[in-house]
Design a binder for this molecule. Structure first.
Ligand SMILES: [Zn+2]
Length: 273
């Protein structure tokens, strides 16, 4: 999970700009008249998200919206205008998408779209709210889709400074890795969201695959140490790799991998057989 600064955009300006290319004069008028309503709702979102109480927003029932301006069809139309070429509002879509090249949800995918943190199908009111639009890779966007599981929000949560990702080395027929999220200094609701995030984006599967590839790429070097009976040299090399990854990112799958290889050296004996 990668933290991003909140978009530096005037949310009402985005809303007003998104109505410019729609045909219905009536809808344009309604949006113009509802600016205060949107402003209040946007403030709600920002306040709850800042406090980490997203579950309150998520549990709100929006099914009663029938004739109001924020009904689903209207809001999806506004968002569609944002994504279309040659519209004025497209510039906001582009700016948001270009905030980062790496997907903040998984930390490794390439950004190719915008994800509605609260899905537009269930929370149409936030369909063009910049703070609800997160640059993301295709895979994370489709995985999440209409899910209302409360994952980490890249604009509001910053969990990069404390370690919560750990790895375990398992030697059986071969060596494989198991990643886990562990409690540290976070409060229980943030900890739950980290765990949900890990599960929803199936980071276990991705990280396990990356770790196996990493070990395969390291094997030739490992065997050279073993042939030279230089176990201390191997342990020092693993420690170097751990330290340099730790200095880069505390919760990177590679950091957790080298930490595990350093803490538990049973794999050295396993490979030496
Ligand atoms: Zn992703």
């Amino acid at each position: 999970m990668k933290h991003l600064d909140k978009p530096n955009m005037d949310a009402l300006e985005v809303l007003i700009s998104s109505k410019e290319n729609i045909r219905s004069k009536e809808l344009k008028q309604k949006i113009e008249e509802s600016k205060d309503f949107f402003k209040r709702r946007y403030n709600h979102y920002d306040n709850y998200a800042t406090l980490g109480t997203f579950n309150i927003l998520v549990n709100r029932n929006y099914n009663n919206i029938v004739k109001r301006v924020d009904q689903k069809a209207n809001m999806i139309l506004l968002y569609d205008k944002m994504t279309q070429e040659k519209t004025q509002v497209r510039k906001y879509y582009k700016t948001l998408r270009e905030m980062t090249t790496k997907c903040p949800y998984c930390g490794f995918g390439t950004v190719s779209t915008l994800d509605h943190y609260l899905p537009k199908s269930k929370y149409p009111i936030y369909a063009v709210y910049p703070n609800n639009l997160v640059p993301s890779c295709y895979s994370c966007n489709t995985t999440k889709l209409a899910s209302t599981d409360v994952t980490l929000h890249p604009y509001y949560d910053n969990v990069e400074n404390e370690q919560w990702l750990f790895c375990e080395v398992i030697c059986s027929d071969s060596i494989f890795f198991k990643y886990r999220v562990d409690q540290s200094v976070f409060n229980s609701s943030l900890y739950e969201r980290i765990k949900t995030h890990f599960k929803v984006f199936d980071l276990q599967t991705s990280f396990t695959g990356f770790a196996s590839d990493e070990l395969s790429g390291y094997l030739q070097s490992i065997y050279t140490y073993l042939e030279q009976m230089n176990i201390d040299g191997l342990i020092a090399d693993v420690k170097d790799r751990y330290d340099s990854n730790l200095a880069f990112k505390k919760n990177h799958w590679r950091t957790a991998l080298y930490q595990a290889l350093h803490n538990d050296s049973s794999w050295i004996e396993f490979l030496g057989k």
